[in-house]
Unconditional design. Structure first.
Length: 213
């Protein structure tokens, strides 16, 4: 299992310290939650702060857009050369076009599904994706409880992925801890995002290692 700690739970007064700490503790990606106050009822960070994160991160960025105008934000963040940019299928009229655009910028495209969105919603996009991100909380806030229905959903998506595009990774985001990571591993999940679990743990290295099963 690969691990992408979400900097949403970092201490923003000590952002450089916390980004360096998770990278030194062995994370695989730095998960960056971008919220615009419209698609979700919360507002986080823009390109000024994300470029400061990119400057001190020694691991690739995994940018999770929770915004209304995806194309605008892709253009804002592309110069930072993240590994992935993911956007919500619920907020995009032309997802295939946006996948092509993200790839043309040299970034791996990913799509996010909210808890209620079935995997079939992206069946005809799967061949063109590098990753699918399944939300296991309602997007907008860290520290929420894990929604169990993501487990059978990930199992269904994993079967679709094996048939259509075995290289496409499955990521799960929200309420992940050492208590549920095994269930996710068993149904074919490749990457977990963990914010509060990693940042509230007394030892970030121990927390990250407990998820790398
Ligand atoms: O996208 C997100 C919220 O919309 C965050 O990545 C997610 O909530 C991680 O935080 P936690 O592990 O505390 O649930
Ligand atoms: Co996220």
């Amino acid at each position: 299992m690969k691990v992408a700690p979400s900097i949403l739970s970092a201490d923003f007064g000590n952002l450089q310290r916390d980004v360096e700490a998770i990278c030194a503790a062995g994370c695989d990606y730095v998960h960056v939650d971008v919220m615009d106050g419209h698609f979700v009822p919360n507002l986080t960070i823009g390109p000024v702060v994300v470029s400061a994160i990119a400057a001190c991160a020694t691991k690739p960025l995994d940018i999770h857009l929770m915004v209304e105008n995806n194309t605008f934000f892709v253009d804002l963040f592309a110069p930072l050369k993240p590994e992935y940019i993911s956007f919500h299928i619920e907020e995009e009229k032309h997802p295939h076009r946006l996948i092509q655009k993200i790839r043309s910028l040299g970034i791996k495209p990913a799509i996010v599904l909210n808890p209620h969105t079935p995997p079939e919603a992206i069946e005809y996009l799967l061949a063109d994706l590098d990753m699918v991100l399944l939300m296991s909380v309602n997007p907008g806030f860290g520290g929420q409880s894990f929604i169990e229905s993501v487990v059978p959903k990930a199992k269904k998506l994993s079967a679709m992925r094996d048939e259509i595009n075995p290289k496409c990774l499955i990521e799960v985001d929200g309420g992940v801890s050492d208590k549920n990571v095994k269930l996710l591993k068993e149904v074919g999940v490749d990457i977990v995002v963990a914010g509060s679990y990693v940042f509230n743990h007394e030892n970030k290295k121990t927390a990250i290692e407990s998820l790398k099963i």
